[in-house]
Design a protein around this ligand. Structure first.
Ligand code: HEC
Ligand SMILES: [Cu+2]
Length: 326
């Protein structure tokens, strides 16, 4: 229905109809009360105007029923907006487990995107229709914001930390995306296009990639070049823990807590190794802040992700639930 309205963005994801429904409800409530107040103002203006020069208005001491009505009614209307919004928000903040993960890096003033197989794009994002897609977002400089109006999703892109968001495209086509956080001179041109393809077309497109290296191989090379291999030996006998089975597991920390080894944890371990110390290890890892780019972190993460063949004793394998026992 909304797609017929000029200037209204197309509706092309699982979130768009939910967001539109809520939006419509809020607009309808505002219009209804706005109109009611306008009509009342005009009506009272004539109805209660002073008819004779010496007329004095009747004294009013309030009306409890009226006051209760105008407190309780708006309360329920606002709680409905809040509750409805919260339901959508919670869904939006919790990506389902079966997502296709695409890395997105914002930098003044372009977007670099990387598909799960390493295929890279600039200001273009290809995704299959009816698949859950998760974007893992990082910035190389200032705060940006990745926004796809047709999907009704947006998320800030922060330097120094991963944000993520997910959506399921429901309609093939090409949709504009924008940077929607003012980020400098050329902010206005910092955008691009999402292409939603049929699943088999997408698979063919992904396979036909020519311009990109395999991120795991790239990560393996960095692992040697940056001398991660001097401490992180595959058998776990080095100064640092083995990567085997780390990704997706619950890592026990020196302070007794546990943390899920996801992209954000791996990234933090590389940039701020002392933020979370793995139980049983010394805080000897140097920080690689400023020495690795966001692309290189993604490659290293892909390499670490791939090391899951020989689970290390004492650590649950990737994918298995951590038991928390020794
Ligand atoms: C001087 C030795 C050393 C070097 C070099 C080193 N690390 Fe580490 N690393 C450690 C130690 C020790 C720990 C465990 C203590 C901690 O959490 O800081 C660790 C922890 C980690 C963790 C968390 C692993 C887990 O099991 O939870 C990751 C990921 C990691 N390092 C990645 C890297 C990468 C990538 C490089 C190369 C760019 C690297 N490290 C270089 C010593 C090192
Ligand atoms: Cu920007």
């Amino acid at each position: 229905m909304q797609s017929q309205l000029p200037l209204y963005p197309e509706s092309a994801s699982n979130f768009s109809s939910q967001v539109d429904g809520l939006m419509l409800f809020m607009v309808a409530v505002c219009l209804f009360f706005g109109a009611l107040i306008c009509v009342a103002v005009v009506y009272f203006f004539f109805r209660y105007r002073r008819k004779t020069a010496d007329e004095i208005g009747a004294p009013i001491h309030g009306d409890l029923r009226l006051e209760i009505t105008w407190i309780v009614l708006p309360f329920f209307l606002l709680m409905a907006m809040f509750g409805w919004g919260a339901v959508i928000y919670v869904d939006y903040r919790h990506a389902p487990p079966d997502t296709l993960d695409v890395y997105v890096i914002g930098k003044q003033w372009m977007w670099k995107l990387q598909q799960p197989n390493g295929r890279r794009e600039i200001n273009e994002l290809h995704v299959p229709v009816d698949r859950n897609v998760r974007l893992i977002l990082a910035s190389e400089d200032v705060i940006h914001d990745f926004s796809v109006p047709a999907f009704r999703v947006k998320m800030d892109v922060m330097p120094g930390h991963y944000n993520s968001m997910w959506f399921k495209p429901t309609k093939t086509g090409r949709y504009h995306f924008f940077c929607s956080q003012y980020c400098g001179t050329s902010h206005a041109i910092m955008g691009g296009w999402v292409t939603v393809m049929e699943q088999d077309e997408y698979a063919a497109w992904l396979a036909g990639s020519t311009n990109s290296g395999d991120p795991v191989a790239e990560g393996a090379k960095l692992y040697n070049d940056l001398a991660c291999n001097t401490c992180h030996l595959p058998d776990g006998k080095g100064r640092g823990p083995s990567y085997n089975g780390v990704y997706g597991s619950k890592v026990k920390l020196a302070d007794g807590s546990a943390v899920l080894a996801d992209d954000a944890y791996i990234r933090e371990s590389i940039l701020q190794p002392n933020a979370k110390i793995v139980a049983g290890f010394q805080p000897v890892m140097p920080s690689f802040q400023g020495l690795v780019t966001e692309d290189q972190i993604i490659a290293l993460t892909a390499y670490i992700k791939a090391q899951k063949d020989q689970p290390v004793p004492g650590k649950p394998a990737a994918g298995e639930p951590a038991t928390g026992k020794k």
